[in-house]
Design a protein around this ligand. Structure first.
Ligand SMILES: [Zn+2]
Length: 241
């Protein structure tokens, strides 16, 4: 779930991160597709009819997305309630907040959005300030706990979608759900293709536990054994060691 104030760049962020096999559910895009073409049409203001139809289409898309296992679905939602966030987190969603800062957002809203959006953005920042106060009052470990839970849920999804024998990106050896069959005898780990150090927030693939540890922050990706094996002339995933 991708959240953030209006004009934060949520759609752009999704386009940059989604793979070709993924899906992006974006209310604005759905509404635009439903709006009759008009000269100089504003792409961010929609009629009540279009809004109602777009809302139903979006919900249908979400319902379907929840049944899919082998892709990521990016759901753009500016201002989800805490209850809604909780519900999505419980089913394994990662919540990503895109926020380039109040000044950038306000100036973009002034030039790129209908007038009323400015107030929506201001409201977003006011509610964030309120939420920060609430968070500050809570012990910091709650946040880590939440991150841990989201990560575990994401790992469960990846394991569910995993095909036994698929080659590990790091070492090239086959990966199995059954820890005993893996070369290190450990359960598979969920890894971030874009390492956390570089801002990656979604665990999107499995690696052997030992390989995940070796990869660390992603700064040694060019030294991964699977790559060396490919350079040596044999395919990484056909290694027998
Ligand atoms: Zn490996």
């Amino acid at each position: 779930m991708v959240t953030g104030p209006p004009a934060a760049g949520k759609s752009t962020w999704c386009s940059e991160h989604a793979r070709p096999e993924d899906a992006i559910i974006d209310f604005d895009l759905i509404a635009n597709a439903l709006t009759p073409p008009r000269e100089g049409g504003n792409t961010h203001d929609h009629s009540d009819a279009v809004k109602a139809v777009a809302k139903a289409a979006r919900q249908a898309a979400i319902d379907k997305a929840l049944t899919l296992n082998d892709c990521d679905v990016y759901l753009i939602h500016s201002t989800p309630s805490d209850a809604l966030l909780d519900r999505y987190r419980r089913i394994g969603a990662q919540v990503v907040t895109i926020d380039p800062g109040r000044d950038v957002v306000m100036s973009r809203c002034k030039t790129e959005r209908p007038r009323r959006i400015l107030a929506v953005a201001a409201q977003w920042y006011d509610s964030q300030a309120q939420a920060d106060d609430d968070t500050a009052a809570r012990p910091a470990r709650n946040k880590n706990k939440e991150l841990g839970r989201a990560h575990r849920n994401q790992r469960d999804r990846l394991v569910k979608a995993h095909t036994d024998g698929t080659a590990c990106w790091w070492c090239g050896q086959p990966m199995y759900r059954d820890p005993a069959r893996n070369f290190d005898g450990k359960p598979l780990n969920a890894d971030h293709t874009i390492s956390r150090a570089k801002g990656g927030t979604v665990a999107d693939r499995l690696l052997h536990e030992r390989c995940n540890k070796e990869r660390g922050d992603g700064s040694r990706d060019h030294t991964r054994p699977a790559l060396a094996a490919t350079r040596g002339g044999w395919a990484g995933n056909s290694m027998t060691w």
